[in-house]
Design a protein around this ligand. Structure first.
Ligand SMILES: Cc1cc2nc3c(=O)[nH]c(=O)nc-3n(C[C@H](O)[C@H](O)[C@H](O)COP(=O)(O)OP(=O)(O)OC[C@H]3O[C@@H](n4cnc5c(N)ncnc54)[C@H](O)[C@@H]3O)c2cc1C
Length: 382
């Protein structure tokens, strides 16, 4: 098989498919998405906790989230496919003055950008999140417009709408190398044959660096394992229960019908592609969960899984044309917030590729920032 395309998107996860949808909508030309697995979205996207929040510490991340949230609200109108975006809110529990100072500054920035976010007293917390232990909490932030989305809905919606716009999606098709002439990409080599194209969009998630290596360029995205545990049914969790993040311990949890989903970032995990479940990691999540929600003592563990974050040194995504090679666009490195930023990221990527002014000034996400030393870290990463 030798095919031709105006653009080949490597990766049928949420980033690849939202970009495909937007490029199709903008009638960019003949677009092919290649996904190495049988199922679309079966990489990091399927492992995601579903959290969507605009409560970040940097302007660019707040803007990316606010744009994504507005696109999620109109997802069905836009794609013709219904998607759950349950705006149950996001709460950060603050237990000391240093955390309070950081979060108060972030709240100020978020409000200046139009986000409706409150700093609430411990007495308010249990009205929103009943079983949470609050005796050591001094304040919490709460944004009611944040919430939970279903990554599977988004994958179905973007892929169905992209196909309707003429985008071709090839599954079980792995890019094994790139065709390069001088400093220009001219195509991709796959296990099913070559596809000639002047433009590839690297949306390979945790494998972004590997695709970069095929062109001899360094993309600073590392795969880092993260685990999740879900509980069985819990009759004390209301359907309005929000996402709660315990800032001190790093534990996060939200309702996952009919119980809770619990997650935590083990900062000692080293980069690698292993996604086997580590029982010590599971225990570490459960210990933190019991401390924050003592009623979980009688809960049953339902499921547990591991997936990969695609982490950059400053915990910001990388969006833009790759340096040192012509014909590779990067939409990678979302550092644990790729599902929530995918709607905005697909839009701005397509706008730039089509030569339009992007809806958001994404210069802080430029691939050039690392070489220039112009990095600004996002510190509110879970
Ligand atoms: C445990 C966990 C919890 C998370 N929770 C949240 C959350 O609450 N909210 C949030 O916004 N984000 C969350 N994330 C992060 C989010 O899941 C990712 O940022 C997002 O899914 C990245 O999407 P992607 O399309 O870039 O990557 P992926 O979904 O991994 O897609 C990349 C695709 O590229 C394919 N691919 C790779 N190499 C090749 C190749 N050579 N040829 C062909 N195909 C290739 C892969 O098979 C894969 O399907 C979480 C992640 C994990 C692991």
């Amino acid at each position: 098989m030798i095919k031709n395309a105006d653009a080949v998107i490597i990766g049928g996860g949420i980033l690849g498919l939202s970009t495909a949808f937007q490029l199709g909508k903008m009638k960019y030309g003949n677009i092919i998405v290649v996904e190495k697995e049988l199922f679309l979205g079966s990489g990091a996207t399927s492992k995601c906790a579903g959290g969507v929040r605009a409560q970040f510490t940097t302007r660019i991340n707040i803007e990316m989230s606010m744009k994504s949230e507005s696109l999620l609200v109109h997802f069905e109108e836009d794609t013709g496919y219904p998607a759950i975006f349950d705006q149950v809110g996001y709460m950060f529990l603050i237990s000391d003055e240093i955390e309070l100072e950081t979060f108060s500054k972030a709240v100020e920035l978020q409000r200046s950008l139009g986000l409706k976010v409150d700093l609430i007293d411990p007495s308010e917390i249990n009205k929103i999140a009943p079983p949470v232990r609050t005796d050591d909490i001094i304040k919490a932030t709460f944004c009611k417009d944040d919430g939970l989305a279903d990554p599977n809905d988004l994958i179905q919606g973007y892929s169905t709408a992209a196909r309707k716009q003429g985008v071709e999606i090839l599954i079980e098709t792995e890019v094994t190398g790139l065709k390069i002439a001088g400093d220009k990409i001219t195509g991709v080599k796959t296990n099913k044959g070559d596809i000639d194209t002047p433009l590839i969009i690297n949306a390979a998630g945790p494998f972004a660096k590997v695709v970069g290596q095929m062109a001899g360029i360094a993309i600073p995205v590392e795969p880092i394992k993260r685990q999740i545990v879900t509980t069985g049914a819990l009759d004390y969790i209301p359907h309005t229960f929000p996402m709660v993040v315990d800032v001190k311990s790093g534990l996060y949890f939200h309702k996952e019908s009919p119980g809770l989903l619990l997650g935590w970032a083990d900062k000692s995990v080293q980069p690698g592609f292993d996604i086997s479940i580590d029982p010590d990691y599971t225990d570490a999540i459960l210990i933190r969960a019991l401390e924050r929600v003592p009623q979980l003592e009688t809960a049953k563990v339902s499921k547990s899984w591991a997936g990969l974050y695609e982490t950059t040194p400053d915990h910001h995504a990388i969006i833009g044309f790759a340096p040192d090679i012509t014909g590779m666009f990067l939409n990678v490195g979302f550092s644990g917030h790729g599902m929530m930023h995918a709607p905005a990221a697909g839009l701005v990527a397509a706008e730039i590729i089509c030569g339009k002014k992007p809806s958001i000034d994404i210069s802080p996400l430029s691939p050039l920032r690392f070489a220039k030393g112009a990095i600004h870290e996002e510190t509110n990463v879970i």
